[in-house]
Structures are given as C-alpha cells and as structure tokens.
Design a protein around this ligand. Structure first.
Ligand SMILES: [Zn+2]
Length: 395
C-alpha cells in the first residue's frame, strides 16, 4: 500500500544550507518532505519522478521579479517565470503600490501555483505608470502604512527606486520615511540603485547605503549605471562594505538594463558578499536579455561561480533575505518545494545589459518542479527552440 504521494528518485541532492550533496531519493507526503535517503522503496510511492543525472535542489527563490501579469502588461506571468521555469517562489519587487496591491490576494495569488511574496512599492500605483513617481502626490506615506497594516502577513517588504524625478522631488527623505515605516512594521526595504544617468557623482550612492539597516536589500548591485556600489574609479565604496557588515544585503537583479558582467567581476573580486542571484524579470525581460532564472543562474557558472554557490544564491540566501523560514532548504517535515535541474554541456553565449558577451559551456535547465508537493512539468521555454539559447556565435 503506497504511503508516499511522490518520490523523487536517484538525483544528486544539493542543499547548500544543510551541506548536503549526495545521491538520494526525496519522499513527499501531503505537500511535505518526509524523508531524504538513498534506496527508498519505489513501491511506496503513488508517483515517481526520475531525477537520475539531475540536480535535486531546494525550490528556487527568485528575489526580484515583476509578476503582476494580467493586471499590468509590463509584468510577467507568475507561473510562466515561476513553477513552469523551475522556480517555486517569486518575490515581486514592487509592481504594485498601495492602490493596486489588492490585485495580488484577489486575482493573482489564488490563480497561480507559484508562491508569490509581494513587496509594496511606495508609489501609489507601483509600476502602473512610468515614471512611477512624477509628482509629490504620487507618494502618500499614510497610505503606505495603511496598506502594510491591511495586508499584514502578505507583504514581504517595501520597495523604492532611487531614481529621478522621485529624488528631485523628495530627496533622501523618501528613503528615510520608507525605511522608518518598513522597520516599524518589522519588514525590510528593497532599494533600487543605479539609474542616475544624469548624475555623475557617487554621493547619493554613499548616502543611500548609510541609511540602510540589517536585512535591508540593495537591488541591482551590478548596475553599469552611476549610483551603484562602485566609485568612479571602479572601487567598491567603503560605505558598501560597512553596510554589508551591518547586515545590509546585496541582490543582483539582472533585468534588461541593470547588470554588467564587468561590474559583477569588479564587485565580487573586491569581496563584497552577494545575497541573491535574481532576474528582475518582466514581460519584456522574458523575451530578451533575461529569459529565465535558470539561464541567469547559468551565467554565474560561466563567470566562474561554483555550482554549490549558484544554488545557495538562488535558494537559501534569497529565502532568508525575504524572511521565508519555510523555503530555501530541503528539510524533512518542511514544505516540499523542489527544483529538479539538468546541467547540459554545450557552447552558448550570454549577453549582459550592456551587450557584453559571455561564453557558456553549461546550461541549467529545469527538468521538473515540485511546489508544495505538486509535480509540475516545465513550460515550452523562452526561446523559439525551447530552453536552450541560440548556439554560440563566433565573433
Ligand atoms: Zn525590478
């Protein structure tokens, strides 16, 4: 008589948070992992998933996405970039503000299988307009506080963008108020940096870093634009190291415009710790530059990161940054969120947000996803030919 709902068999179980790296089976019952060990009797399971030759990782957590698709046409569909792409949890990085956040519990979350944790944009209607803040009336901090109270337990943090014209209108006061409100509610702020194309000095970047506290998140840390964590000479700002020591977290958030491989190398070579590999995926990012979380993860392999590190930066660390105690690790008794991943050898090239090329000799591709015990097959992939990007083009 089968007593297991699902058995993921013979994969390489790689869970950096628990220092687990061995071939084993993962048994699932009633949405939870009940056992991880080799040689679990196949006859006990109602459903088998063959993971031989694959990596069995904790469910991938993408710390920066835009998944208000169906409400905002600039956003991606949560399941398309989530469970159908090997990702079990997505953090929405402020697609919705106080006037639009209700769409998540009312329309999006009940109709999607991917776990969705929205961060609240401080601008009234989030990313419904561009720019998000065009006038002083676009931010009402009382409404921000009220939305946090009304959606307690749903909202994971506050999001704001240190960009113009918002900065010309509010200055650093915008960040001060947001940080205070978030911290009073026991939540982190996520701060978008590095879009100050019209501001050549790095003073604002320094001041931003100084205002952040433990658990706050700097997103787009590898931005090629001014206002990031590098000074004009390419050195990591001392304020960034000091912030990191205070517990401020640094998120990559690739996006179509916000990650340069050269900046990534410069920042990581100088030793600033990274918290998360994330996509900043949107409807347009799904079609160009970004494509998928697993493809973005593959770029870090191409940049010389170890597989273990890439998995940790896509599971345990972003889960901790989003303060999700029940995600990021494969734990007996824990929620059965599992990403089963193939690593395919070949020759491809990736491009960053400024068009720099990076050769890839391995590609991470989803084989199957388990979300709260439910087995989900990958979608068709983001490219015309599926999951594998264009073949390597000799330059
Ligand atoms: Zn974003």
């Amino acid at each position: 008589m089968p007593d297991l709902d699902l058995l993921v068999t013979a994969g390489r179980v790689l869970d950096p948070a628990r220092e687990l790296d061995r071939v084993a089976d993962v048994a699932v019952r009633e949405g939870r992992i009940v056992e991880i060990s080799p040689g679990i009797d196949r006859a006990r399971a109602r459903q088998l998933v063959d993971a031989s030759g694959a990596i069995v990782a904790p469910g991938i957590v993408d710390l920066h996405t835009h998944v208000l698709g169906g409400v905002l046409d600039s956003c991606a569909d949560a399941d398309e970039v989530g469970v159908a792409s090997g990702v079990t949890t997505v953090i929405d990085a402020g697609s919705a503000g106080p006037s639009t956040i209700g769409a998540f519990p009312r329309w999006i979350i009940p109709n999607r299988r991917t776990r969705i944790v929205p961060f609240l944009h401080i601008a009234q209607t989030g990313l419904a307009t561009r720019p998000d803040v065009a006038a002083a009336s676009d931010i009402d901090f009382d409404l921000v506080e009220r939305a946090l109270a009304e959606h307690e337990g749903l909202i994971g943090g506050l999001k704001l963008r240190m960009v113009n014209p918002a900065l010309r209108i509010f200055g650093l006061e915008m960040l001060r108020r947001a940080t205070q409100i978030a911290h009073d509610a026991g939540l982190p702020v996520m701060v978008h940096v590095g879009d100050l194309l019209d501001q050549a000095d790095d003073e604002l970047g320094r001041q931003t870093l100084e205002l952040l506290g433990p658990g706050d998140i700097v997103t787009h840390v590898f931005t090629p634009h001014p206002g990031g964590v590098l000074d004009a000479r390419g050195r990591v700002l001392p304020e960034a190291f000091a912030a990191s020591e205070r517990g401020v977290l640094f998120d990559a958030a690739h996006g179509r415009q916000n990650l340069s491989f050269a900046v990534l190398r410069a920042v990581t070579d100088q030793g600033l710790p990274l918290t998360a590999i994330s996509t900043d995926i949107s409807a347009a990012g799904r079609r160009a530059v970004v494509f998928t979380m697993t493809e973005v993860m593959s770029r870090y392999l191409g940049l010389g990161f170890e597989l273990r590190e890439v998995i940790e930066l896509s599971t345990a660390k972003p889960a901790a940054a989003a303060r999700l105690a029940d995600a990021g690790s494969l734990l007996a008794g824990g929620v059965a969120d599992i990403s089963i991943l193939d690593i395919i050898p070949g020759r491809w090239e990736a491009q960053d947000a400024v068009g720099a090329r990076l050769p890839l000799d391995r590609l991470i591709v989803p084989r199957a996803t388990v979300r709260a015990g439910e087995l989900i097959a990958p979608g068709p992939g983001p490219h015309p030919q599926g999951w594998l990007p264009d073949s390597f083009r000799a330059s």
